[in-house]
Design a protein around this ligand. Sequence first.
Ligand code: ATP
Length: 275
Amino acid sequence: MSVITLAKQGKKVVLDKLATSPDKKVKRESAKEEFEALGAELFDLQDLQWGARLNSVLIVLQGRDTAGKDGTIKHVVGDLNPRGVAVTSFGVPTAEENEHDFLWRVHKHTPRLGEFAIFNRSHYEDVLAVRVHKLAPKPLWKARYGHIRDFEEMLAEHGCIVLKFFLHISREEQEQRLLDREKEPRKAWKISAGDWDDRRHWGDYSQAYQDVFEQTSTPWAPWTLVPSDAKWYRNLVVARRVAEALRPYRKAWQERLDEVGTRKKAELKSWRKKR
Ligand code: ATP
């Protein structure tokens, strides 16, 4: 099985054993057609959600450097109506952010009802980069798993559909992408010695991610591990998963829109009568 969704705490995964390349049964030509259809479906679902105001959607994108977080935003999220989407990137915390608890900077970017929020990196860096680079003592970052579970549960109780994606690339693919950045003028601006430096911590990051999946996979905020060496397959998997998660809400959103529409029409009718 090449795509794994984890919706329960406690399951151990070994990243080195998971595929980073596409499922051989999926052909690129048919994927293109499916991806286009999913884009149209997501646009439609977003439209219903926007009007119904019963739920919101939070998409968390995590992955090693060059895993394709930006590309996923461009291609998958790019199909949505920008009116209802906010993308936030989380880099090294500022001094002000560091003087607050780790969820402070994140919480204010969570979506309001009707909206989509996309996190390019997230509160998970506080149990990933922070752990790997020893930026906080172990008891401090370990306690964060519980805080994260509770935080995401609270969001879900408020109607937020939380979907978390790990874009899984191989070490070889990452090297190739880093080298490509140097060669391509339009990508060279992304070069950073820090990316090469982080590569030396590949195993530490694997361990940190594995613990994240074991500790923070829940029914209300599942992780999907996406084979991401091929960009077209990565985009397809993310789009499929988002559509699959939103589809069950379609009926409730439609009913709410009908209900509100009926009420508004009645209000207008009585206003006209009174004139
Ligand atoms: P990309 O996210 O695509 O790699 P980038 O390198 O340009 O793009 P930046 O905004 O410069 O992105 O910051 C990303 C860096 O910030 C990563 O190295 C990440 O590990 C680090 N980072 C993010 N959150 C934290 C955190 N809470 N503590 C420490 N480092 C963090």
